[in-house]
Design a protein around this ligand. Structure first.
Ligand code: AMP
Length: 225
């Protein structure tokens, strides 16, 4: 696939389990953007047991949001460290109105603004199944889902026979909490970006390629402006 360079600042928005990370990674491949996923950065920090990781873990394990100052700090670091040439996809950030305000201040210092917020809409029941059913191979990283892509053997990967694990925050009670937190703290951003005329809502069901086709279309339309 040919990579096309486009300078765009994009927010990949939606509830946990909507497919923001999957779509972002595909857009990186297709358009050569830099992905900044606060969830991935925080998980890596937890794994490495850094100071940031230790602070974040207590919030993440119970499905709560990590405090705004911490995640805004992460974004500022990344924006100053990474090449902005092709533009950025913010994946899982902002998640509160305060984070969105901070993002717009940080970007205005770079004489930039968010070009578009892609809101991936998925119903709650589907999200619950996607998250609580997710299992990841501890050896090769292959993902399974007990509802949609069940492993042939209960606890082992069909590809490499590694042990399947469940992310701590994918446990049923934590999933419930994450969805409630989304509704209370993050969903108001839909209105926030709608009034700024930045919001494009697409359905997140119907298969990954189908959703990707719609996200690509949005980016191609942006490039024509
Ligand atoms: P994710 O993989 O994006 O669902 O993120 C996993 C967890 O990381 C979330 O449940 C939060 O605890 C934390 N997190 C990720 N991004 C943010 C953010 N922008 N603001 C606050 N907490 C975040």
């Amino acid at each position: 696939m040919t990579k096309e360079r486009k300078t765009v600042f994009l927010v990949m928005f939606g509830p946990p389990g909507a497919g923001k990370g999957t779509q972002s990674k595909m857009l990186v491949e297709r358009f050569g953007l830099s992905q900044i996923s606060t969830g991935d950065i925080l998980r890596e920090a937890v794994k490495q047991r850094t100071c940031l990781g230790q602070q974040a873990k207590t919030y993440m394990d119970r499905g709560a949001l990590v405090p705004d100052e911490i995640v805004v700090g992460i974004i500022e670091d990344r924006l100053s460290a990474q090449d902005a040439g092709g533009g950025y996809i913010f994946d899982g950030f902002p998640r509160t109105v305060a984070q969105a305000d901070s993002l717009s201040q940080v970007l205005s210092r770079m004489s930039r603004e968010i070009d578009c917020v892609i809101n991936i809409h998925v119903e709650d029941e589907e999200l619950r199944k996607r998250l609580s059913g997710r299992r990841v191979c501890s050896r090769c990283g292959e993902e399974f889902n007990l509802f949609f892509k069940p492993p042939r053997e209960d606890k082992f990967c069909g590809k490499c026979n590694g042990e399947l694990t469940q992310r701590k925050d994918d446990q049923e009670e934590t999933v419930k909490e994450r969805l409630e937190v989304y509704k209370k703290q993050t969903e108001p951003l839909i209105e926030y970006y709608k009034t700024k005329n930045k919001l494009k809502t697409i359905s997140g069901v119907g298969g990954i390629p189908e959703v990707f086709r719609k996200t690509c279309q949005i980016l191609e339309d942006l490039a024509k402006r």
